[in-house]
Ligand binder design. Structure first.
Ligand SMILES: NC(=O)c1ccc[n+]([C@@H]2O[C@H](COP(=O)([O-])OP(=O)(O)OC[C@H]3O[C@@H](n4cnc5c(N)ncnc54)[C@H](OP(=O)(O)O)[C@@H]3O)[C@@H](O)[C@H]2O)c1
Length: 264
């Protein structure tokens, strides 16, 4: 894979779960890593592990739902690091709530953190990448972006918006040297996504979950191979193309699956 030695990487949502493991993997590949999240104590622990590999890695405590603070964050990181070569937009929140119980404010909160905030950070760091003629813009999406899961309308919509933005960005940035990647994880365990307050219990069996390291591997592969979209696990790609081939049959299947789960 492309060596990241001498390169910088900024990872949002690096205080737990997927982001913490991705940050450590990037440091393991030699990148000077910048970590962002709200919980200082948790970030400090991840930073200590990254610094064992790359001592001048750094952290920023920020609430990414505050969109104006996102611009300040981008400026602070560029001042400290000089340049950001790899941006991993990973911070995100779940919203497991069937649409009949969803409030407009909840739908807006999810969109702000999962879509508007990564777009804002990306647009703030993009001019520098274009000027240098290199960079990687990574989004941690979700299979929900493509598959319309039950009781997750707000979450799925935020990830679909993120994916659509990324897809168009991949085309627009052709020839600039800036590469665009989206990683779409299915069920990943060892994270805090399934214990966040304000959510229904998950309908899926968490015993089927994959480790966050699989997402970190997918990020590193995407950087090395220049691939646009990567599912984790890879076979979810077939589920997405199966859905595209017959959306009505897919929706009928999801309804049946959901009924079975709710009756358990
Ligand atoms: N786990 C899965 O099955 C799965 C599947 C598909 C996609 N994903 C996606 O993977 C990403 C990481 O999720 P995860 O599973 O690793 O869950 P997680 O352990 O809850 O991680 C979420 C991260 O986002 C940060 N974050 C949340 N709100 C924030 C805010 N307002 N400002 C700054 N940072 C914020 C959290 O840090 P603080 O609380 O410290 O701020 C934390 O570091 C999310 O985008 C999620 O949608 C997860």
């Amino acid at each position: 894979m492309e060596t990241l030695r001498g390169r910088t990487a900024l990872v949002t949502g690096a205080s737990s779960g997927i982001g913490a493991v991705v940050a450590e993997a990037l440091a393991g590949a030699g990148a000077r890593v910048g970590l962002v999240a709200r919980r200082k104590d948790r970030l400090e622990r991840v930073l200590a592990r990254c610094r064992e590999r790359v001592p001048d890695s750094a952290m920023w405590v920020a609430d990414l739902a505050d969109l104006d603070a996102v611009d300040d964050l981008a400026a602070a990181v560029e001042r400290e690091f000089g340049a950001v070569d790899v941006l991993v937009n990973n911070a995100g929140m779940p919203k497991r709530r069937r649409v009949q119980d969803l409030s407009p404010a909840e739908a807006e909160d999810v969109m702000r953190l999962n879509y508007l905030s990564p777009v804002r950070l990306t647009l703030a760091l993009l001019p520098g990448m274009i000027e240098r003629g290199r960079g990687h813009l990574v989004a941690v999406g979700s299979v929900a972006a493509r598959l319309g899961p039950p009781h997750e309308a707000a979450y799925a919509a935020s990830k679909a918006a993120l994916t659509a933005f990324w897809e168009c960005m991949a085309v627009d940035l052709d020839g600039t040297g800036v590469q665009v990647h989206v990683v779409q994880p299915a069920l990943i365990g060892g994270t805090e996504l399934f214990t966040q307050p304000g959510n229904e219990a998950p309908l899926s069996d968490l015993s089927d979950a994959l480790p966050p390291q699989d997402v970190a591997d997918a990020v590193l592969n995407a950087l090395a191979e220049g691939r646009f979209e990567q599912y984790v696990p890879d076979w979810f790609h077939e589920m997405a193309s199966g859905k595209a081939a017959d959306v009505d049959a897919f929706v009928a299947g999801v309804k049946e699956w959901t009924r079975e789960r709710l009756e358990r």
